[in-house]
Design a protein around this ligand. Structure first.
Ligand code: 13P
Ligand code: SF4
Length: 309
C-alpha cells in the first residue's frame, strides 16, 4: 500500500487536473477531511455543491449525499469513493411505500429527511436536514397534516420542538445514534461530572433529554468550540473529533459507545478510504447517475428546503 503522503499528493494532483472539488462530511476519516475543500454537515455540503462551478465533485460521505450533489449539478460529474456507502435511514423507506401512503392520504405534506434515496425525495413536498428540520416543519400550514420520514428520533424531536400534533412519523432509525443507550450516557456523566452533553437529534429521546445542546454535526462542533466549558460528552459519530480537536485543542471530548458496534463509528461512512478517493478521481468512477425525470422531481423539494434556511 502506498504511503499516505504519496496518495495525498496524487489526490491533490488529480484534483487540479480534473478541476475537482472534494466535499467531506464530518464523519469521514481525518486523512480525508484534511484534503477536503469543504467539510460540513448535510445542509452545508448541499449548499457548497449547489454553488460549485468546476468539473468534478468527489463526494466523501454516504451515497444519498452524493445523489443530492448530483441533483443540484446535473451537468457535472459526481464521483464517490465507495458506492456501497449507504445509510440505515435510506434503507428504512422506499419510494413505493411513500407512493402507497400518498394514495391513501393525499392531504398530507411529505417532509423527508435528506437521509433518503433520490426516489423518495422525488415523492416529497419538502426536504430537511438535522439543522433545519424544525423550521421546515413550521413552514407547512398549521392545518395541513404532515408525514415526517424516515427517522423516528428526529421526528419525535421535531414534534416536541414545533409543538405540532398533526404529524405522523415513520419508524426508521440510524444504526449509530439510535443505539446509544441512555444508561451509558448516565455512566459517562458520573465519570465526567464537569462535562456538558451535546447530542445529535437522531439519538433516542431519553438521551436528548439529558443533553445540554441538540443539533447537527456542525452545530455541535460550533457549540462545543464556542462554549466556556472545557469538557464535553459528544453523542454523535466520533469523526467530529477532527474539527473539535482542531478548533478547541485544549478541550476534552468523550464519546459513548453504542450497542450496535460497541463503538461510535458509522460503518457506511468509514467505507471510504484515501485509496478509494484517489481511484475515483483517477477513473471518474463510481459515478452518480440519476434519471433526468427523477432528478427534476427531486430538485423541487430540495430547492424548497434551501429557500427556507
Ligand atoms: P448532519 O446533517 O447533522 O451532518 O447529519 C448527517 C447524518 O447522517 C447524521 O447521522
Ligand atoms: Fe446514516 Fe446513521 Fe451513518 Fe448518518 S450515522 S449516515 S444516519 S447510518
Amino acid at each position: 500500500m502506498a504511503a499516505v503522503a504519496s496518495i495525498a499528493e496524487e489526490i491533490l494532483d488529480l484534483k487540479r487536473e480534473r478541476r475537482a472539488i472534494i466535499l467531506a462530511h464530518h464523519y469521514q476519516e481525518s486523512e480525508i477531511q484534511e484534503l477536503a475543500d469543504a467539510i460540513g454537515d448535510s445542509l452545508e455540503l448541499s449548499r457548497r455543491a449547489r454553488d460549485f462551478e468546476g468539473g468534478v465533485i468527489a463526494f466523501c460521505g454516504v451515497y444519498f449525499m452524493a445523489e443530492t450533489a448530483k441533483v443540484l449539478n446535473p451537468s457535472r460529474i459526481v464521483v464517490v469513493p465507495d458506492k456501497d456507502a449507504g445509510c440505515s435511514l435510506v434503507d428504512a423507506c422506499s419510494a413505493d411505500q411513500v407512493r402507497a401512503f400518498k394514495r391513501l392520504h393525499p392531504e398530507y405534506a411529505i417532509v423527508s429527511y435528506i437521509n433518503t434515496s433520490v426516489d423518495v425525495k422525488a415523492e416529497s413536498d419538502v426536504l430537511c436536514t438535522s439543522r433545519n428540520a424544525v423550521d421546515v416543519v413550521n413552514s407547512i400550514p398549521a392545518d395541513q397534516p404532515v408525514l415526517f420520514l424516515p427517522d423516528i428520533n428526529l421526528g419525535n424531536y421535531v414534534r416536541k420542538m414545533s409543538g405540532r400534533r398533526n404529524m405522523r412519523i415513520w419508524q426508521g432509525a440510524c444504526i449509530v445514534h439510535s443505539t446509544f443507550p441512555a444508561r451509558r450516557l448516565s455512566a459517562a456523566k458520573s465519570e465526567y461530572p464537569e462535562a456538558l452533553v451535546a447530542a445529535h437529534p437522531e439519538c433516542p429521546a431519553e438521551v436528548l433529554r439529558m443533553a445540554d445542546f441538540v443539533g447537527s454535526t456542525s452545530a455541535i462542533i460550533k457549540w462545543c468550540a464556542d462554549s466556556p466549558a472545557d469538557e464535553f460528552i459528544v453523542m454523535t459519530e466520533s469523526g467530529v473529533s477532527h474539527s473539535l480537536n482542531r478548533l478547541a485543542p485544549h478541550k476534552k471530548f468523550h464519546f459513548v459507545a453504542n450497542e450496535n458496534c460497541n463503538c461510535s463509528e458509522c460503518p457506511y461512512m468509514k467505507r471510504n478510504t484515501l485509496e478509494k478517493l484517489a481511484a475515483c478521481l483517477r477513473d471518474l468512477e463510481p459515478r452518480v447517475e440519476i434519471a433526468p425525470e427523477i432528478a427534476e422531481r427531486a430538485l423541487r423539494p430540495l430547492e424548497r428546503m434551501l429557500a427556507i434556511k
